[in-house]
Design a protein around this ligand. Structure first.
Ligand code: NCD
Length: 318
């Protein structure tokens, strides 16, 4: 496995399965009264967040702390970045502090890749612009595998033959890009369902199918992943109105009945309830949204553990 995790494309099928299986092992620890492991004691993990984040930042922090690493949270607001300090100077400061791993979220696509050239430690991409968010794809794959195969049958398995439909604002979504790459590496068939204006031009070269008609995709889906309409990244009108968007690409209770009985509904958060997903869908038993957040901690523990080469995990009794 690479020293850094910048793109889901960095992961082979074996790497991905190793991360998911390690996360399964760590998940059994999360059920114990004492959740902490000594594996990364003495290591320093820096969370470097230039963009707002709730779930991802807290989740990386919880993951590092459960492995006993020292955690430094650095947010661009209130730091010298607000005074115009460059990413490179910030990186050199972190380097001087002896960071073993830097978890970076940045508004510019390619920022994590750049950082990896400037620091000696491991770099984990926690979202760079509209480019990639590989740990989100890993936690999504983990969630799909657990829900559709069951916890007992999950270990060692890929997602072979499973059908995943990713819906909505693909153009601005680093989550979609990382998921297409990772889920296809794991053997799933991915289809993007979106209006043509919200699909990237290069989508023809991605390992997935494309559809403009959500209703015809739903009956064939084992998992449907709704994406947030990312209004803050939109520089033009990509659809006539929010109402029109919801009517064609939003998942409401009526549309959800088109899914097979076993199918799950996912969303990476934050949700626009009533736009891409109706409240009754988000809160329904098919929804994995809360599980995705919980799984995020275990999957990020597995990533940090494997990339930083932590001490061996204690034997876990099931
Ligand atoms: C996503 C992100 O920031 O890329 N959220 C997340 O990490 N859970 C998706 C989004 O912002 O819509």
């Amino acid at each position: 496995m690479n020293r850094h995790l910048i793109s889901a494309a960095d992961l082979s099928r074996d790497d991905s399965l190793l991360i998911l299986d390690t996360a399964e092992e760590l998940a059994s620890i999360a059920d114990r009264p004492i959740k902490k492991l000594p594996t990364l004691r003495g290591r320093t993990v820096v969370n470097l967040f230039f963009e707002d984040s709730t779930r991802t930042r807290i989740s990386f922090e919880a993951a590092a702390k459960r492995l006993s690493a020292d955690v430094i949270n650095f947010s661009a607001k209130g730091s010298s970045v607000a005074k115009g300090e460059s990413l490179k100077d910030t990186a050199l400061t972190l380097e001087a502090m002896g960071a073993d791993a830097v978890v970076i979220r940045h508004g510019a696509s390619g920022a994590a890749h750049r950082l990896a050239r400037w620091v000696r430690g491991t770099v984990v991409n926690a979202g760079d612009g509209t480019h990639e968010h590989p740990t989100q794809a890993l936690l999504d794959a983990f969630t799909i595998r657990r829900r559709l195969l069951g916890i007992e049958r999950a270990r060692g398995q890929g997602l072979d033959g499973m059908r995943v439909t990713i819906v909505g604002d693909v153009l601005h979504s680093r989550v979609a890009r990382s998921n297409v790459l990772l889920l296809s590496t794991l053997g799933a068939h991915v289809t993007l369902a979106a209006p043509p204006t919200l699909l990237p031009l290069a989508v023809g070269s991605w390992p997935c199918g494309v559809s403009y008609d959500l209703d015809s995709e739903l009956p064939k889906s084992d998992a449907v992943m709704m994406l947030r309409v990312q209004q803050e990244r939109m520089t033009a009108a990509y659809f006539p109105s929010v109402r029109e968007y919801s009517r064609r690409y939003g998942l409401d209770a009526t549309r959800m009945t088109r899914l097979p009985d076993h199918a799950i509904v996912m969303h990476p958060g934050p949700m626009n309830r009533g736009v891409e997903i109706a409240a009754e869908v988000a809160d329904s038993p098919r929804s994995t949204i809360v599980e995705q957040v919980a799984n995020g901690v275990t999957v990020r523990m597995a990533v940090l553990y494997l990339l930083l080469g932590g001490a061996e995990l204690p034997a876990v009794t099931q």
